[in-house]
Design a protein around this ligand. Structure first.
Ligand SMILES: *Cc1c(COP(=O)(O)O)cnc(C)c1O
Length: 417
């Protein structure tokens, strides 16, 4: 295959040994139907027009590319730009694949959308598009997350979704995924499983990369307009990999553009038995099969998945998308990690120099940019992917950066019922 760009969207869903469709036989017809529907949709001009229309009039695209004059001066190296996906409706890039998938689901005649969510961001974006399209929406959450993420549960319920706490197993995200899959198996005709990143069985990684690739296409034309050149480097945070694939995809064949995915380094690259202090799959993970696809996972030698840790919920995940694993294996992308402490510093620096409150996920990309920009030349340019805005992290950032005042505030609030 001559073009990496088209290989990454290839209709087999295999990327060398990565990817595939490792699901129970009962789910193969669902995957086949989805495959057919997706590839039909993206050949259909009417579908593409509607997608474009929703991006403009509902999501708020194109999102801006902002030159960071102060940060550039402060660091004294390359020119720094931010692609600000945080200005999308619902505050992150996740809406891109939610809009796309809900259009495909409607085309398939589905009546009911299900999803699982950890911190709630994916559930929120899913509930949003279901409200917009008048579809029933059921969101599964591990009981622990359900209790911890009360504000997001509240928002999903306001949007009309049913949020179901999952009581089995560890009551974690993995248990919520299992329950959601069982739901899908019990009703594969009317139900659609809306997946929140570039993971899962084929065609999900290909489909979500396709819907996210609008980000990189916009960056290309915005860089050409603003800087008359392509960037030398693009940096994105990497949980499952959807915001990274979205901004990287259009540049895969531009060999002079280096692409960097930043994983969560958490408290450091150390671990106890089944609990990692990080979510850096490329640091201590290995190749395995879980949740329907083959890729890198944090796992023990028996293939049992280990728990991850990150200050940012969106990166706190033990697996990574198969296309990311493939691009790393052929050396097209670099991977690295940022520690929780570096992330908080980066978050504050971007806020104070540029007036942008980044999501903690995105602040991982900012942290890496701070390290790199200094080493680059003044005529070079670097794009930071700000995948989301930071308001959602209020309880974490306030707890870390202004704990005493915030506790006092919450105590006061709880008095005024
Ligand atoms: C969910 C999320 C991520 C991580 O998911 P990817 O699939 O790796 O993009 C990153 N940034 C934000 C703002 C998120 O909400």
């Amino acid at each position: 295959m001559s073009s990496l760009k088209s290989f990454i969207l290839n209709p087999t869903g295999h990327f060398d040994t990565f990817g595939g469709r490792y699901v129970p036989e009962l789910l193969i017809p669902f995957c086949d139907d989805l495959h057919r529907a997706f590839f039909d949709c993206i050949r259909d001009k009417k579908f593409l027009r509607e997608l474009e229309h929703l991006r403009e009039t509902f999501s708020g695209r194109p999102t801006p590319l902002t030159f960071c004059e102060n940060l550039t001066k402060h660091l004294g190296g390359s020119q720094i730009f931010v692609k600000n996906e945080g200005l999308n409706h619902t505050g992150a890039h996740k809406i891109n694949h939610c809009i796309g998938q809900v259009l495909v689901a409607r085309k398939m005649g589905k009546k009911r959308i299900i999803a699982e969510t950890g911190a709630g961001q994916h559930g929120l974006a899913t509930a949003t598009v279901c409200a917009k399209f008048g579809l029933e929406c059921v969101i599964y959450m591990g009981r622990k997350d359900y209790d911890r993420q009360r504000p997001n549960v509240f928002w999903m319920e306001r949007l009309g979704a049913t949020v179901v706490p999952v009581e089995e197993g560890d009551k974690s995200l993995r248990d919520a995924i299992n329950v959601a899959l069982r739901d899908l198996i019990s009703d594969p005709v009317d139900t659609y499983y809306l997946l929140g990143t570039v993971c899962g069985p084929h065609p999900y990684p290909v489909m979500n990369t396709y819907f996210q690739s609008v980000i990189g296409r916009e960056v290309r034309s915005q860089m050409e307009a603003q800087a008359k050149t392509l960037p030398d480097c693009i940096i994105a945070s990497c949980g499952g990999g959807s915001n990274a694939m979205g901004i990287f995809h259009d540049f895969l064949d531009d060999k002079n553009v280096s692409l960097v995915a930043v994983e969560a380094g958490g408290k450091g690259i150390t671990e106890k038995k089944n609990q990692c202090d990080h979510a850096s799959r490329f640091e201590t993970g290995s190749v395995g099969v879980a949740e329907g696809f083959k890729s890198f996972f944090l796992q023990n030698p028996d293939g049992q998945i280990k728990n991850s840790h990150s200050i940012s919920a969106g990166l706190d995940y033990s697996g990574v998308g198969p296309q990311i694993a493939y691009l790393k294996s052929i050396g097209r992308i670099e991977t690295t990690f940022a520690l929780d402490t570096e992330v908080l510093e980066a978050y504050e620096l971007l806020a104070q120099k540029e007036g942008i409150l980044a999501a903690l996920e995105s602040a991982h990309a900012v942290a890496e940019a701070i390290k790199r920009a200094k080493k680059m030349k003044k005529h070079q340019s670097l794009v930071i992917h700000c995948s989301g805005r930071g308001e959602k992290d209020l309880f974490i950032t306030a707890g870390k950066l202004d704990s005493e005042n915030f506790k006092k505030f919450l105590k006061e609030q709880s008095k005024h019922e």
